[in-house]
Design a protein around this ligand. Structure first.
Ligand code: KG4
Ligand code: ZN
Length: 349
């Protein structure tokens, strides 16, 4: 539980299409206001950077006010301001960074520019308490799929592996489009798959013995996506109905099988007994269930935040900011830049 002495941290997230403003005291979540421009991108089948930036501009001030109202605090109560400095869409990041600098400057409070990916890991503290000393993190979102070894989420994380082509969320979105489901496709595949069965044996990228030597902890989803497309095309050419629910379930199984197998292997290889899963795809029901089932066989504890905290939000940024304050990390300078390709090894800008 937070005490009145714990600093109140405001977190701003604008790296993609969600304008998120969260308020956290200690490890307690006080407010998590999110305004999404996802509907404006849906007809393009993907996020349009210019549209996202403009939407952030319009949503920023109202979302800050909404967050304060939800938490029952005034802006002047805020002790530190955290913001996603990268990675993400350059123009979108700039809106959040400019807003955070303005707030930190006028309130005369420290500013922490933080890494979006580390924030996806740190957010779990709001639900399950302090992170273990050492853990493996599986980060799966629309833009990233990585396995990381995390000792201190505010310092560095050691990359163990990552996707060599598409991110897991990107694969969900592309396959959803193929099946005529709306964007972003992940939640729709999840829903439709629940009504189908795993009847098709789609390929598991980078799991063959020859691939494991160099890519033990890497992922590849582009071959899977192509295999699904070919399978669907062949049915359509033959004039057969496409069993969408079975395709969705089989595709989802292929993704979750590889993600959980490699994540558990990474824990075992590093002698780690906690696996944290974060990012939008961590909301997937099959991924969560399979991870718990497989990890249990190795006495590994799985920590996944509730679905609403897995997708992009401001609370995760505030959570990482609060941890940076608690651990006495040096704040960022007011002339810090947004970095669209901020590496996972750089946690605080
Ligand atoms: O972390 P996030 O909100 O934004 C990025 O940083 O990319 O992740 C968005 C991604 C999208 O690709 C979306 O389709 C996917 O997360 N996603 C899901 C689910 N909910 C969101 N994928 C699979 N199953 C879900 N339930
Ligand atoms: Zn994200």
């Amino acid at each position: 539980m937070a005490t009145a002495d714990d600093p109140l941290v405001l977190g701003i997230e604008t790296s993609c299409d969600e304008t998120g403003v969260g308020l956290v005291r200690g490890n307690t979540l006080l407010a998590d206001a999110v305004a999404s421009s996802v509907d404006e991108h849906a007809r393009f089948g993907g996020v349009v950077p210019e549209v996202a930036s403009r939407a952030h501009l319009e949503a920023m001030v109202p979302t800050i006010h909404r967050s304060c109202r939800e938490a029952g605090v005034r802006l002047t109560d805020v002790d530190a301001v955290a913001v996603t400095s990268g990675p993400g869409l350059a123009g979108a990041l700039l809106v959040g960074v400019a807003a955070a600098k303005a707030l930190a400057f006028t309130l005369d409070k420290p500013l922490y520019g933080v890494n979006h990916l580390s924030a996806h890991v740190a957010v779990d503290q709001l639900e399950h308490g302090p992170l273990p000393e050492r853990c493996v993190a599986l980060l799966v979102s629309g833009g990233h799929s990585s396995l990381l070894l995390v000792d201190d989420v505010t310092i560095g994380v050691e990359p163990l592996g990552a996707t060599v082509d598409d991110a897991a969320g990107e694969a969900f979105d592309k396959v959803a489009r193929l099946l005529g489901l709306p964007f972003p496709g992940g939640p729709h595949i999840d829903r439709v798959a629940a009504t189908g069965a795993v009847t098709i044996d789609f390929p598991r990228g980078l799991t063959a013995r020859k691939d494991l030597e160099r890519h033990r902890f890497d992922f590849s989803f582009s071959g899977l996506k192509t295999a699904v497309a070919r399978w669907v095309e062949a049915r359509e050419r033959g004039g057969e109905a496409v069993p969408s629910a079975d395709v969705a379930a089989s595709f989802q199984e292929a993704v979750c099988d590889v993600l959980t197998r490699k994540a558990v292997d990474a824990c075992v290889a590093n002698g780690v007994s906690h696996l944290v899963i974060g990012g939008g795809v961590a909301a997937n029901s099959r991924l969560r269930a399979l991870a718990v089932e497989r990890a249990a066989r190795h006495r590994i504890t799985v920590r996944v935040p509730r679905a609403g905290l897995c997708t992009d939000n401001g609370a995760m940024v505030a959570a990482l900011g609060a941890e940076a304050v608690r651990r006495g990390r040096q704040p960022s300078s007011l002339d810090m830049a947004a970095d669209s390709s901020q590496p996972i090894t750089a946690v605080i800008a």
